[in-house]
Write a protein that binds this ligand. Structure first.
Ligand SMILES: Cc1ncc(COP(=O)(O)O)c(C=O)c1O
Length: 352
């Protein structure tokens, strides 16, 4: 979801942005008008997420999937190994790409359990010679979230922590200093599809694997203020509006409180009835994506149909795992979750 206020503002500005006589979509990405948009978007993101000066913010295209390759291409820095934590379908995809560039050490994995938990850091078998440690802070499909931040500060080798935050970035306060690099496709919590945000510590830039194309080189993007090639301008503009909306809501601390309330409403209902089930360990449940199943899977189709009739849409689970999934990103108002909970209660009563 995108906030309705943002979509309304975008609608009002679509033909003529701030009396420029143009739509954002028609502007030169290097022109004065768009430069002001991108600069404000970056400044707002820096303020919201307290991003220190020694980190670059890059606005790229290519999706989070492109980062599965760009991370090893740019962060291996002559090393041959990288550590990955395998907690679900997205970490697995990241691992598969990284294996094209280096030896991947699976430092921890919850695959055996069917990806129902996030291994605690004392279960991570880290390689002291790894170029970096990669984890997926929220597994969008499985609904497994790290509700804690890994800490590699003890490691003598200063190994950078890398996070795929595609589906929980800006849903709670974060300590950027704990990371070497954070990446996220914007389309879940930040804006529309097409924009990929990378936040990377400056000292990690500059050395890429041989034959890395320029367009995959972070340093080139950083040196060109994300204007090495044409960035996804409209997606950046909408992102800017979402960041302003988030600021008005009170920033990350406030949105976290709302996200906790929304997720608790759903999990509480799932846990208090036998009719529904969520197999993810309680401590590692995602505040953004709530996967659940019906005990009687014969009712799945009926559940989805009746939900749709009530305006409760896109509840079908990912094709890879089936069941249901309620994605309740920042822009989903609590009223949306209350409507779902009330529908689920009624459905359970009618089919018990
Ligand atoms: C955690 C995570 N990583 C990576 C991706 C892939 O993102 P994209 O489709 O932008 O390449 C997704 C998409 O849903 C995701 O949820």
């Amino acid at each position: 979801m995108l906030p309705a206020e943002v979509l309304k503002q975008a609608r009002n500005e679509i033909l003529n942005w701030h009396d420029s006589g143009m739509s954002i979509m028609e502007m030169s990405h290097r022109g004065r008008e768009f430069t002001s948009v991108v600069q404000k978007t970056e400044a707002d993101l820096r303020e919201l997420a307290s991003i220190p000066e020694n980190y670059k913010v890059l606005f790229l295209s290519g999706g989070a999937t492109s980062q599965f390759s760009m991370v090893p291409m740019n962060l291996l820095r002559k090393k041959k190994n990288a550590d990955y934590i395998n907690t679900g379908i997205w970490s697995k995809k990241a691992i598969k790409e990284a294996q094209k560039y280096c030896h991947v050490n699976i430092a921890a994995s919850s695959e055996d359990s069917g990806y129902t938990y996030a291994p605690t850091q004392d279960q991570w078998a880290l390689d002291q010679n790894a170029a970096y440690v990669h984890y997926t802070s929220n597994e969008t499909i499985g609904g497994v979230e790290f509700n804690w931040t890994p800490d590699l500060s003890y490691s003598k080798n200063n190994i950078p922590l890398v996070a795929d935050m595609s589906s929980n970035i800006l849903s709670r306060p974060l300590d950027v200093t704990k990371y070497g690099l954070i990446y996220a496709g914007a389309q879940k919590n930040i804006g529309p599809a097409g924009l990929t945000i990378v936040i990377v510590r400056e000292d990690l830039l500059g050395e890429t694997v041989q034959n890395t194309p320029s367009v995959f080189n972070y340093k080139i993007h950083a040196d060109n203020s994300s204007m090495y090639n044409t960035p996804p301008t409209y997606a950046i503009y909408i992102t800017g509006l979402v960041l302003e909306w988030l600021n008005k809501k009170g920033g990350l601390k406030e949105i976290e409180k709302i996200n906790i309330s929304k997720a608790s409403l759903l999990y509480d209902l799932i846990d208090t009835t036998d009719f529904y089930n969520c197999s993810v360990e309680k401590s590692d449940r995602s505040r953004m994506n709530v996967p659940f199943t019906l005990k009687n899977t014969d009712l799945d189709t009926e559940f989805l149909k009746q939900a749709q009739d009530c305006g409760l849409i896109q509840l079908r689970g990912h094709r890879a795992i089936g069941g249901m999934r309620a994605s309740i990103y920042n822009a989903m108002p609590i009223e949306g979750v209350l409507a779902l909970v009330s529908f689920m209660k009624e459905f359970a009563n009618n089919h018990a």
